[in-house]
Write a protein that binds this ligand. Sequence first.
Ligand code: SF4
Ligand code: SF4
Length: 481
Amino acid sequence: MVEFQTLYGSHEAAHQKAVYPDSAVPSNYLFLIPVSIPDSTYQHLLYSPLSGTLDFLDNNAARHIKHLMEGGERAKMNSQLDKDFWDRGYLFENPDAELRQAKMLYKELLKFNRDLQRHQIAIIPTYTCNLECVYCWQDRQKLPTRIMDAQTVTLAFKAVDQLVEGIDPDQVDICLFGGEPLQADQQIFDTVKCIIEQSRQRNFKLKAITNGVNLREYLPLFGDTLDVVQVTLDGPAEIHENRRPGKSGDFWKIIESIDHAINRGVSVNIRVNVAPENLNSISELSKFVEDRWGLHGPQLYLSPVKENNLSNQCNGTTSIKEILHMSGSIQMPNNINLMGYRAMRGVEQILQYAHAPLQRFFSCEAQLNFWAFDPVGDIYVCYDACGNSQLSVGRFLPDLKIDESSLKKWRSHSSLNNEQCISCAAAPLCSGGCVYIEASQEKHSCDGLMDSYPIALSYFAKDIYDIATRGSSETVGFICS
Ligand code: SF4
Ligand code: SF4
């Protein structure tokens, strides 16, 4: 059993023996990044996502590891420098030993994260929607139009009971999802009422992902059961309504809905789907949010528009470089959250906890505890796949039936058994691409972390350097020749 601590800091996990071998090879998973630290001899950053260590190197140390990484001779292990690289988990006895280590960590981390993560259950009352967002990723023409009825809600919850049997109800989240789950429609209203009732009986926490247009009318129905609501705002009024067309004035309806939710004590997250078309309006939106709801108001969760959206109207997405440039130019207001950009999740962990990122061999809920129930009785494990019955993993009408081989494709997807990923430096940070794109478009979809991670690390290099200088982190330090 790998202890939690060793999942972070790793030289112990990576090297079970304290004895140095005669020679060693560099890890397959290394980032060597030139950085710019004023007045310092340490101008390189070495990061191992497998060992979970990150060190600033002087020129000599950088030259040495670079030589090894480029296929030079094996490290002889007779210098202090080689020993330092070994101790920090940048060298392994041989590639097989490293792969064994990676596989063991993958297994442990998957279990660790499945035990740790809350159980997310999405219930989809309807796939219909009252907006026509230019970037909507759902194929609106092909989605079922049926609205979930009361009996289907009961059977969905019967299936949920089986899937979360033995789990503390406090660890289960029911999330209303669509289409748009909160519309001005009596049938949908009645369905949502049943879902709230069923959740309440089980003491599950309730969340909603909504466009917010009719949220206000639904708030009394939730009473005090709504824990968190996610509402999307893609910019100030005009930009928002251009990107998310509905009725004119929807923006202000949404803002009033957020006012009411906050007044009722509901925690509100604002999602911003970022594309080149609204990138430059985010600072104005951020100011608007701060002026209206104060410094401790909702966070703006920035997320790139998905490249897998099926609409041809807008396929533009934004890179980590653009988002960092944008947030740098507005001095990172407190209410901007960049966690939707995956490379930022790891960097944030370093900045907040002075720990190199916890290795993650997975990237999304499909590999963990997520289930989604739709109005026609299909079960999915990925938000994006919902409504495409070929990608379902089972049925709950009339009874729960899971297709174990379909489920395995999602739950066991790993960079470690994917040919395209096996030699990628980012493999320990990644699940090996998006299963949804792989399944729906029959092509490998690379998450691009081998490019975005170095960009994010180099952008925050000075902040990370300050952490290393304080000497308080076991996983962030220095190596010099
Ligand atoms: S992105 Fe959401 S709100 Fe917009 S059209 Fe699609 S389902 Fe509706
Ligand atoms: S999906 Fe891309 S970034 Fe991730 S491990 Fe595979 S090749 Fe690397």
